[in-house]
Design a protein around this ligand. Structure first.
Ligand code: PMP
Length: 560
């Protein structure tokens, strides 16, 4: 394909346009007495216009996405980048754009605002792309093809081969809107930019990043396309607050991964639960943070939910979406409430005590998954602990201290929990901070995963192991306490100083808010400490077990 496709497709007015040159653009230094932009000299730093080209932010995004800064333009939400595409490439009254139906509504609105014809082809019944029909419909005036993948509102990601055929054969620019790509199992098309000069990829911080309020959208494309869009964008379209907030958020991409995992996990539970609710006729698969459900009477169900404070999106008038409501995944509590309320349709929760499908969902509601992700970042350590109390004893431990890894593996192995511990500690100083902070984070992860502690056994104890006798008594009762009765003669076991052992368990007890009574006797020092870790794991296993009936709290206080 001709690499100058951008020039070929652009509106002549834009090709010939000499863009506005802003004061901040002409002088790019940091220091000086700024008397060039008619700003106020007072009220620093807000008196100054923002960087019109968002150099730092674009650089950071470029690094994250593995592209160059010149491949990126930023907008006031991706809605603004959509509008920029129209204004750059579509001659009002002459050109047209193409998309599928149903899809995100803003392409049509932006086309309308810009006086450009908007044509669509109906998706196939399974929501896949009608590739041939789309190609048949395009002519030399069809400048843009919008493909939203994962698609809003259908929730599915389009097949990669279909996409490739369209990108290769469509005569204009193919705009892939990846607003929901972080939730999807496939990768991003940003990586294919070098291959396809007519490809534009849109992303946003509004969804997975949880930053809809700051309005930051991104368009990725060839430098030729980006430089044309740059001519069209308003000079200071991304304000300073947004640039700063985005930079701060992008420093910590791990937060995104954690949140996305949690939403996907919740989505799967919510979809599964709703599939057994009688008012729901069908739950559609999803690669996004929302999904469609089909009901017999969507308007009524919509109003019913609204009256109970739950707002979903009624998409039942969209093509191929008869009876469909679109539901975004919320917090576990919000999702549980939604399930309860839908279970009780049409009478509401009060009047529906005997709902026939109640049992499986009620079981799930009172025994929700017990997982936690705990991060702890200080100048001395950077720790992530992930735990699933109802796992399969899987361990992935990396503290930088081989012997400590081995001990923590015992906790996963013998408690039955899945445990991931990743630590970057200041081991060049010594082991102290790594040992202590890891134990605190581990304890906190247990406390968080235990949640309201409904149904747990609460107490655990364990008895002799190997040639050593190690006893660990444990109570997840909410108050931290350690009684330590173990002596070590050697200075170190592995690379761990034995004087730190008591400290490790004290730190764990504080983090987990539990009582620990630890007693160990024996000759071999390695065995002795290993026996303590194993006994702790066994005690945990007993204490976290949910057997007494999920609505039972093992305390007369009513709170643990
Ligand atoms: N693209 C799609 C597919 C969307 O669903 C939305 C918002 N609902 C947007 C873009 C708009 O994103 P932004 O908040 O960045 O303008």
């Amino acid at each position: 394909m001709n690499p100058n496709i951008a020039q070929k497709l652009a509106r002549p007015a834009i090709l010939n346009l000499k863009p506005y040159s802003s004061a901040r653009e002409e002088f790019t230094g940091n220091e000086g007495i700024f008397l060039d932009a008619n700003e106020s000299p007072f009220n620093k730093p807000w008196n100054r216009y923002p960087d019109p080209f968002q150099q730092r932010l674009r650089q950071r995004i470029a690094e994250m996405k593995g592209v160059e800064k010149e491949n990126i333009i930023l907008g006031n939400g991706s809605d603004e980048t959509i509008d920029m595409l129209f204004r750059t490439f579509c001659e009002p009254g002459e050109d047209k754009v193409l998309s599928v139906s149903p899809t995100y509504g803003m392409y049509k609105v932006s086309a309308g605002i810009n006086g450009v014809d908007y044509e669509t082809v109906l998706l196939n019944d399974d929501f896949s792309l009608p590739v041939e029909q789309l190609l048949d419909k395009a002519d030399e005036n069809t400048k843009l093809l919008f493909l939203c993948s994962p698609n809003n509102p259908t929730g599915n990601r389009f097949n990669d081969d279909d996409m490739r055929v369209l990108i290769k054969q469509f005569p204009g620019l193919v705009v892939v809107d990846e607003a929901y790509v972080d939730f999807s199992s496939g990768g991003s098309w940003v990586q294919a930019l070098k291959e396809y000069p007519n490809l534009v990829v849109l992303q946003t911080l509004s969804k997975a990043w949880g930053l809809a309020a700051i309005r930051l959208g991104m368009a990725f494309a060839s430098p030729e396309i980006i430089s044309l869009l740059m001519k069209v964008k308003p000079p200071y379209n991304v304000n300073t607050l947004t640039q700063e907030k985005a930079l701060e958020a992008l420093l910590d991409p791990d937060v995104l991964t954690g949140r996305v995992d949690e939403i996907i996990h919740e989505r799967d539970i919510l979809m599964k639960s709703l599939s057994v609710v009688s008012v729901v006729k069908k739950v559609f698969p999803s690669d996004a943070n929302f999904f469609l459900v089909q009901v017999d009477n969507p308007d009524e169900v919509y109003d019913y939910l609204l009256k109970r404070g739950i707002i979903v999106r009624n998409r039942s008038r969209e093509p191929l979406c008869a009876g469909c409501l679109r539901i975004s995944v919320g917090t576990p509590e919000q999702n549980q409430y939604l399930i309860e309320v839908l279970m009780a349709y049409p009478d509401g929760i009060q009047g529906n005590k005997a709902a026939e499908h109640w049992k499986p969902i009620a079981d799930w509601l009172v025994t929700p998954p017990r997982r936690a992700v705990r991060t702890r970042k200080t100048k001395e350590t950077d720790i992530t602990v992930e735990i699933d109390l109802d796992g399969n004893a899987k361990a992935d431990i990396n503290t930088g201290l081989g012997f400590y890894d081995h001990m923590l593996e015992q906790i996963a192995r013998h408690s039955g929990c899945d445990l991931t511990v990743q630590v970057k500690g200041d081991l060049h100083v010594d082991e102290h901070h790594t040992l202590e902070d890891t134990a605190i984070a581990l304890g906190e992860a247990f406390a968080e995963a235990l949640g309201n502690k409904m149904g747990i056994e609460r107490y655990g104890f364990a008895l002799p192991m190997d040639d050593c006798a190690a006893m660990v008594l444990l109570d997840f009762g909410g108050r931290p306490e350690l009684v330590w009765d173990a002596k070590f003669k050697r200075e170190k076991v592995g690379e761990l100083p034995t004087e730190m052992f008591e400290h490790i368990f004290k730190s764990f007890a504080i983090g987990a808010k539990c009582n620990l009574y630890i007693k160990a006797k024996g000759k071999n020092e390695h065995h002795k400490i290993e026996a303590i870790f194993k006994a702790l794991a066994r005690a945990i296993r007993m204490a976290i077990k949910r057997e007494t009936g999920a609505d039972f709290l093992p305390s007369t206080k009513g709170l643990l």
